[in-house]
Design a binder for this molecule. Structure first.
Ligand SMILES: [Zn+2]
Length: 136
């Protein structure tokens, strides 16, 4: 048996608040004024339960727009934007701006030596093709 087969799923322990009904600890179910003669008490509990990390990642991937918005709102995190490189192609000079975020990276290519509409690339392959001068 390989190590892989034995590998346990990585879990993350998170609070999972929910309403629970427990037997009244005062009268032990025999009904008293504390439990309004029901024998039970309704309480809010927040046990920490293990959740497989893969489920969390799947959730994030499927809800990236919401998650990204919340991250910016709560933690002030925004995508990182930086100039990846400045290119000299046959017909001109271009700045490759990389936008890095939870959702991955993408590139905006701006022409520097004259006015032109920016180009957007979401695949490295496409960007590389552009850089080799195949998309002009
Ligand atoms: Zn009771």
């Amino acid at each position: 048996m390989s190590l892989l087969n034995k590998k346990k799923a990585i879990t993350v322990v998170l609070p999972a608040p929910h309403k629970a009904k427990v037997k009244c600890p005062i009268c032990k179910g025999n009904k008293c004024v504390v439990c309004n003669m029901t024998g039970n008490l309704s309480i809010d509990v927040a046990p920490k339960i293990p959740i497989q990390r893969a489920h969390i990642i799947k959730y994030v991937a499927e809800n990236i727009h919401e998650v990204a918005k919340e991250i910016t709102k709560k933690y002030g995190l925004v995508p990182e934007i930086n100039t990846a490189e400045v290119l000299e192609l046959n017909d001109g000079q271009y700045e490759v701006v990389q936008v890095s975020s939870l959702g991955g990276v993408c590139w905006i290519v701006n022409r520097l030596d004259e006015l032109d509409t920016p180009r957007y690339f979401t695949s490295k392959q496409e960007l590389d093709r552009f850089k080799q001068g195949w998309m002009n």
